[in-house]
Design a protein around this ligand. Structure first.
Ligand code: KG4
Ligand code: ZN
Length: 357
């Protein structure tokens, strides 16, 4: 019998210290054997955002315990691992360095291959942890640092169809939360407030709604929320503003996703038959519901990672590690931490040139 690969994933790009062991069954379906995530919310709460040095210190204090627990919970012996995969970017360099250095050291000591993983590719492949997903597919990646429509054509093969020209969607949720006086990290709390409000109470702008293809923009929306927040008279007003903000996001994504369906078809010469939504904001149930309905209207299969795999985790890093391991794509031990590491090779050029609207 062929030995099933055992891959350890390590994640420390921001404020989650995480480790996970995955394998796959005879049908090549990935199986999560352990998935440990330690959040630093309590450390950063009083500062209203992630403080890089405090985050790095906490990663250093916890990483060995988290990896040890991931190995223990998986029920395997550490020497039976086949490869170690660590996030190498994008993210905070002081944080990335901890998981990257730890992964390399473990690979050296066990004499196993080391695999450097792009965190965004982790999000992009995260749905593969709970369903069969063949290339190509259309991906909407909505996290705290990124908001992009991508055509995913294979492992490491990404074409950007659209991107935010200012704030990321998660960032817009977090900033709105701050304006509404919600503690960090506010994104998930905005959803709770919104559920108690009237989404039609406030009219908010939809930047680049009628231009710019499937590019996105959220900065103007946030500024409008700030302006309106100064005149709020009651708690109900606050709920209504959260609901109006979330509804506006839904309307923007409803329209831009339809454009992305067409862009995908143009690029790949085939109709999109599945639509994958990944990243922290994919956990938002209203956005999920709206996108599922949109897919139904277009006879497209919607695919989301499991709720607990939307945010940062190491199982998704191990997932990329597993695919790379099977292709024999290993990394040099000199692989650097890369704070800015776009998935598609045109991204830096696009960024420098500004997105054409
Ligand atoms: O993917 P992720 O965990 O980390 C990054 O790679 O950025 O995404 C975190 C982002 C945060 O901005 C957080 O506020 C947002 O995802 N988020 C949500 C929800 N859950 C997390 N935004 C809206 N609704 C949610 N339920
Ligand atoms: Zn992430």
């Amino acid at each position: 019998m062929i030995k099933k690969p055992l891959i350890l994933g390590i994640e420390s790009s921001c404020d989650e210290t995480a480790a996970s062991v995955i394998t796959q069954n005879e049908q090549n379906i990935p199986i999560i054997l352990s998935n440990i995530i330690s959040s630093q919310i309590d450390i950063h709460k009083e500062f209203g955002g992630v403080v890089p040095e405090l985050a790095a210190r906490s990663h250093i204090e916890k990483i060995d315990l988290i990896v040890e627990k991931a190995i223990k919970d998986s029920g395997i012996q550490i020497e039976n691992l086949d490869a170690i995969a660590s996030t190498a970017g994008p993210g905070l360099i002081v944080c990335l360095s901890v998981g990257l250095g730890f992964g390399k050291a473990l690979a050296i000591s066990l004499n196993k291959p080391f695999i450097a993983v792009n965190h965004l590719e982790g999000h992009a492949l995260s749905p593969k942890l709970n369903c069969k997903l063949d290339y190509p597919y259309l991906l909407l990646l909505i996290s705290g640092g990124h908001s992009q429509y991508l055509s995913v054509e294979g492992l490491g093969k990404y074409k950007r169809l659209g991107t935010t020209i200012d704030d990321a969607l998660g960032e817009a949720f977090d900033k709105t939360a701050k304006i509404l006086g919600i503690e960090f990290p506010g994104g998930p709390q905005v959803e709770i407030l919104a559920s108690k409000g009237n989404p039609r109470k406030f009219e908010l702008p939809k930047p680049i709604f009628n231009k710019g293809g499937c590019n996105l923009s959220f900065a103007g929306l946030k500024t409008a929320v700030l302006r309106i927040s100064k005149d709020l008279k009651s708690t109900q007003d606050k709920y209504d503003l959260a609901a109006s903000f979330q509804k506006t996001i839904e309307e923007i994504l409803y329209k831009k996703t339809q454009i992305a369906f067409k862009e995908f078809e143009k690029v790949n010469k085939i109709k999109a038959d599945k639509f994958v939504v990944a990243g922290g904001v994919a956990a938002n149930s209203n956005i999920r519901k709206m996108l599922i309905n949109l897919c139904k209207e277009n006879a497209i299969t919607p695919i989301f990672p499991k709720q607990e795999l939307c945010g940062d985790n190491a199982a998704m890093i191990a997932m990329v590690g597993l695919e790379k391991f099977k292709k024999g794509e290993f990394s040099e031990l000199s692989h650097p931490a890369i704070p800015r590491w776009p998935l598609d090779e045109n991204a830096i050029f696009l960024k420098g040139a500004g997105v054409k609207l």
